[in-house]
Structure formats: structure tokens, C-alpha cells
Design a protein around this ligand. Structure first.
Ligand code: FRU
Length: 491
């Protein structure tokens, strides 16, 4: 391998990425420059800009040998593409540069810590991907891999942990200038586990402890961990694979937050509660950063692995990130709200106050596919359901239906332009007892993000609905009072 792998990727994306018209991308969600994107990586604030790297295969809209794509932004909404940052071109990562993260070095350079993947023949004759951790160092544009050997490998793992499932380092700088990282592993007894490592300089790492683990309860393996303090609590976030459905957890991949406390002296994390991070369809591989103003901001891949077989026909890109969300703790639970930068791009406002909806109704000025819409719904006595129809025309719709009796809110995108029988419907139970339901809905051409009751719960899904289907309408089986406030977004 030599660096032509990276040069080729950069030349390919410069040609084919630039050719994609802006109107064929979402207005404020990041997509790959061209080709395939999965997890967001290296989400960081560096040299006055937000940096967002991503798992990237430029040549096709399917997963392939992983590169890192790269984009920067001043407001987390408008993204400028930079050339691909990493390519699988070193002996340790010749089969892929998997997920990882970024931090600043004392000399001002940016350090990337990522999973290097290398296929190796095993004693039983099978070829398997061995996962190690490697570093790259750069200036925010170009990155070099200073060592040919990984900085962490199977010898650094605790007993009984697999060298085939050791990935997704999330690093951060400690107040004393040293570095820590949480990396997922798979232990014989623990199953998916979050392992803590530390380093004085970002290059020499040692294992510290197991922070927490699935132990049969939360999936078989974890991915994309994060570990941070939030409003006096400690949060360990991870993506369990192959969860079994129970309570609010559905089958397959999801993202959970383990909320508790942390003692930095003993490096002991004590779990107090567990929360499902998103109750919609397309949400995985979260990563957070600490903004200069102290906000904890989270991004995620706005996609489900189980749904990747369905892609819009003819599209030159596949995969998006969510609109970044600010995180807080309220009453022991994580609250998510769209970054406040979105408020700054709010344009014309349309307001309908306390309208009685009985049967179906559209409201003057409420509609479109790029919008920030807040609905406050108070069902009247006997109201069986209240439905919001989004991205609607004669043949299409994505609906949110609320049943006051059961407090179930159902997202249904089965008429949103899909071709495959993947998951299209998901429901959640709206927490609390309030009779009034508040929904903030972000629409952006190919997605719907719903923030329930101030962000206590969220539901996120992609839609492939043709752009002409831009109607929004309301329907009540019974009657409900509705206040609808929509802002155009001046992007
Ligand atoms: C999660 C994941 C990571 C891995 C990456 C590979 O979606 O499987 O665990 O690093 O994707 O692209």
C-alpha cells in the first residue's frame, strides 16, 4: 500500500462529489461528499471550527474499505467538505480505518485515534479482521500516520477479550493534560464492554479498567462508546448490537446511555439507570464533543444498519448525520434539543394558535420539506387519535399518530418512497402525565427528527419521499386543540 490510496480517493471525490447539486442533498444535515457514509468520527472543535469526519467509502453507495471523509462547519448546520482525511494505506489498517475520535495535542496539531483493521489468516485457516488502535496526526486538513504499528492491540486487552471485536476509541484530554479513551471490547463473560485506557501523551496507551458491560442484558457487542460528565452525572453511551426486544428496546442495534456516577480516583463508574437514546428508526453510532461554550453536543449516524438495503434510486450519496443535539440531564434523564444554532437561522414564522381540529385540516402556511415546526396538541375528551401528516401528497405521507388513551406515539413512514419491506413503523410511550403533547419536528428533505415534550424523547427517521410531496396536514378522530408554529429556515 502507498499513499496513492488517499490521493485516488481525494481525486475521485473532488470530481464526483462536487458534481452533486446542492439541491440533491439535505439543507442542513451532513451527507458524504460522494458515496457511502456511516458513523460520524472525530467530532471536535479545532482551530475555530467544528470538524466532523465520517466512515466513508467514496466509490460506491455501499460499505467498502473504510476511509475517513471530512467536513468543517462554523455553526454545525452548514458543512464545507474537506479532502478525505484517512485511507486504508498502512500495514496496520490496510483493510479499513474504522471509527475513532480526535483531540488536540499540546503543540496544536490534531490527533486522530482510530481502529485499524487488518485481515489475517487464523490458525484454523479462516481469515478474520483483527482490530487494533492506531493514530494519525494533522493540521486540520492533512494527516500523517506517524507509526506503522498500532498503539493498542490484543496484548493490551484484559483476559478473555477478543482481538476481533476491539474498536471505536473515543478519546478526550483530561484537565491535567493527559489523555483518556473509552474503547469497546467483547469479553467472554462480559459480552460488549466499555474499556478505559489512558495515555500521558496520546501515543503511548495503557489499559485501566472495565467501566461497564452488557453481561447478557444489552446486546452481544457494543460499538461507538462515549464517556462524559453531564450536569453532575456521568454518562456512558454505547451502541448495543443484537439487542432483544423488551420494554422500549427494539430488536437489533440501538444506542443506550448508562447514567451514573464516576470516581476518578478509583476509575469506578457506578450505573444508576439506562436510557434508550432514540425511539425512531434511523439513529446509531453517536459521538459527542464539548463545545468551547461548555455545551455537550451529540451527533449520530441517521441510519439503521438493518435498513441499508433500501436506497433512493440513482442517488450518488448514502448516509446522513442527525442535526447535532445539545444534551442535558433533567430528573435523571438525558434531554436532547437541536443545537441553538438552528434558532439563529429561523426565518419567516407562521403561527396558528389554539385551532380546533376535528376531522382533517391543513393550516395556511404550514408545509414544506425543510422546516422547523412545533406543535402543541391538547386532545379533547374522547379524542381517539391525533395524526400529523408530513411530506404528504396524494401518494405519500409520513405520519405521527398519537393515541391519548395509551400515550402511544407512532411514527409510520411506510408511504415515504421506500422500495423494501424494512422497518417503517415504530412507536413509543410518551412519558409523563401531561395531557398536552408537544412535538418539535425538524424536516430536511430526506429526514424527520421529532423532539417530544422538550426533548425528553426523540424519534428519528429517514424518508425517501419525492421532493414534490411537501404537504403537512392534521387529522383528529374526535377533536383536539392545536397550536402550530413553523419557521422557514434561512440556510
Ligand atoms: C458501527 C461500526 C463501528 C465500526 C464502523 C465500521 O456502525 O460497525 O463499530 O468502527 O462501523 O465502519
Amino acid at each position: 500500500m502507498d499513499s496513492t490510496t488517499l490521493q485516488n480517493a481525494r481525486a475521485y471525490e473532488a470530481w464526483h462529489g462536487a458534481a452533486i447539486p446542492a439541491a440533491e442533498r439535505p439543507a442542513y444535515h451532513l451527507t458524504p461528499y460522494v458515496g457511502w457514509m456511516n458513523d460520524p468520527n472525530g467530532f471536535s472543535y479545532y482551530k475555530g471550527k467544528y470538524h466532523l469526519f465520517y466512515q466513508y467509502y467514496p466509490y460506491k453507495t455501499v460499505w467498502g474499505p473504510m476511509h475517513w471523509g471530512h467536513a468543517v462547519s462554523s455553526d454545525l448546520l452548514h458543512w464545507e467538505y474537506l479532502p478525505a482525511a484517512l485511507a486504508p494505506d498502512s500495514p496496520a489498517d490496510k483493510d479499513g480505518c474504522f471509527s475513532g475520535s480526535a483531540a488536540e495535542l499540546p503543540d496544536g496539531r490534531q490527533l486522530l485515534l482510530y481502529t485499524s483493521v487488518c485481515k489475517q489468516a487464523q490458525p484454523d485457516g479462516e481469515t478474520r479482521e483483527v482490530q487494533t488502535q492506531s493514530v494519525a496526526v494533522g493540521d486540520g486538513l492533512d494527516y500523517e500516520k506517524p507509526f506503522t504499528a498500532p498503539v493498542l492491540d490484543e496484548h493490551d486487552l484484559p483476559d478473555g477479550f477478543s482481538r476481533f471485536d476491539f474498536r471505536d476509541p473515543k478519546l478526550w484530554r483530561e484537565p491535567d493534560g493527559s489523555y483518556s479513551a473509552v474503547i469497546v471490547g467483547q469479553g467472554r463473560a462480559e459480552g460488549g464492554a466499555a474499556l478505559l485506557f489512558r495515555s500521558a501523551d496520546g501515543f503511548h496507551w495503557e489499559y485501566v479498567t472495565i467501566l461497564d458491560a452488557s453481561r447478557g442484558e444489552y446486546g452481544v457487542m457494543w460499538e461507538c462508546p462515549d464517556f462524559f460528565e453531564l450536569d453532575g452525572k456521568q454518562v456512558l453511551m454505547a451502541g448495543p448490537m443484537e439487542m432483544h426486544a423488551r420494554d422500549e428496546y427494539h430488536n437489533g442495534h440501538c444506542v443506550i446511555a448508562l447514567i451514573g456516577s464516576y470516581d476518578p480516583e478509583t476509575c469506578r463508574f457506578t450505573r444508576e439507570s439506562v436510557q434508550l437514546m432514540d425511539e425512531g428508526i434511523d439513529f446509531y453510532a453517536t459521538q459527542t464533543l464539548l463545545a468551547p461554550d461548555g455545551r455537550r453536543i451529540m451527533t449520530a449516524w441517521m441510519q439503521a444498519w438493518a435498513g441499508i438495503s433500501d436506497q433512493p434510486h440513482g442517488a450518488k450519496w448514502f448516509g446522513q448525520t442527525i442535526c447535532p443535539r445539545e444534551l442535558h440531564i433533567r430528573d435523571g434523564r438525558i434531554i436532547q434539543t437541536p443545537v441553538r444554532e438552528l434558532d439563529a437561522v429561523r426565518g419567516a414564522r407562521v403561527l396558528h394558535e389554539n385551532v380546533r381540529i376535528e376531522g382533517e385540516a391543513a393550516l395556511e402556511g404550514i408545509g414544506g420539506r425543510v422546516a422547523d415546526l412545533t406543535l402543541t396538541v391538547t386532545p379533547e375528551a374522547g379524542c381517539r387519535t391525533f395524526t400529523v401528516k408530513l411530506a404528504a401528497d396524494a401518494g405519500h405521507r409520513t405520519t405521527l399518530t398519537y393515541e391519548p388513551r395509551t400515550r402511544r406515539l407512532t411514527l409510520d413512514r411506510s408511504q415515504a418512497g421506500f422500495h423494501q419491506d424494512i422497518v417503517h413503523i415504530r412507536s413509543c410511550t410518551v412519558r409523563g402525565e401531561s395531557e398536552t403533547l408537544s412535538l418539535r419536528i425538524l424536516l430536511d428533505r430526506n429526514s424527520v427528527e421529532v423532539f417530544i415534550n422538550g426533548g425528553e424523547q426523540t424519534m428519528t427517521a429517514c424518508i425517501y419521499t419525492p421532493p414534490e410531496a411537501d404537504g403537512i396536514a392534521f387529522a383528529a378522530d374526535g377533536a383536539a386543540r392545536l397550536t402550530a408554529e413553523q419557521y422557514a429556515l434561512a440556510l
